[in-house]
Design a protein around this ligand. Structure first.
Ligand SMILES: O=C(O)CCC(=O)C(=O)O
Ligand SMILES: [Fe+2]
Length: 200
């Protein structure tokens, strides 16, 4: 476990939680290779959402993998986790080593260009427990990522680089929202791997 590097990392959040940005943990070559493999080997599907009784299909694609065929219920849809691919097993081990945390599942996102993003939310699903730790491992285009405090509305932003690791720790889901804002400046795709730990 890479505890020493975590100790030296500054907290992205000013209060009420901890978010560590590890920066690039892979070289440009390694990142390009992972990006291609993930694009090819992951079973990407358009996400579905039920909002105010209306059924939406997102442009963004997602995929859900895990140790077991966990069921992920949200916005009126249910997804069943697929078994880990070779690359995902390798990446999970690297993220666990870097962060010092263990994960049993991963929600992957594929944003085809800057027109696709993710709206303000927190990853507060019951099955993740009271105070979940969620990662974002990024490949491809650099994107801005923002946090907003649920009561003070204070915001903090950073850029998630190609091959970089972000770990949202204690308090970060309870007290803060996060989003990936859409932008016209980005024309290339990005893949993110959000490793999570299902409690029950
Ligand atoms: O794409 C990202 O970096 C984060 C996505 C996210 O917040 C999520 O999947 O819950
Ligand atoms: Fe999230």
């Amino acid at each position: 476990m890479d505890l020493f590097s975590q100790d030296r990392l500054p907290n992205i959040l000013p209060f009420d939680g901890t978010v560590h940005y590890y920066g690039k943990i892979f070289s440009a070559d390694q990142s390009a290779s992972y990006f291609e493999k993930l694009l090819q080997n992951i079973e990407w599907r358009h996400d579905e959402a039920l909002l105010y009784g209306k059924h939406y299909v997102t442009k963004r694609k997602v995929a859900w993998y895990g140790d077991e065929a966990y069921e992920y219920r949200y916005s009126g849809t249910t997804k069943q986790a697929l078994p880990w691919t070779t690359e995902l097993k390798v990446l999970k081990a690297i993220v666990e080593e870097k962060s010092g945390n263990f994960f049993n599942s991963c929600l992957l996102n594929l944003y085809h260009d800057g027109g696709e993003g993710m709206a303000w939310h927190s990853d507060g699903e019951k099955m993740l427990g009271d105070d979940p730790i969620v990662t974002s491992l990024s490949f491809g285009a650099e994107r801005k990522f923002s946090f907003k405090h649920k009561t003070t509305k204070q915001t903090v932003s950073l850029v998630l680089e190609n091959g970089s690791l972000l770990v949202m720790r204690e308090g970060s889901q309870k007290h803060w929202l996060h989003r990936l804002p859409p932008t016209k400046k980005v024309t290339r795709p990005r893949i993110s791997l959000t490793f999570r730990k299902i409690i029950n």
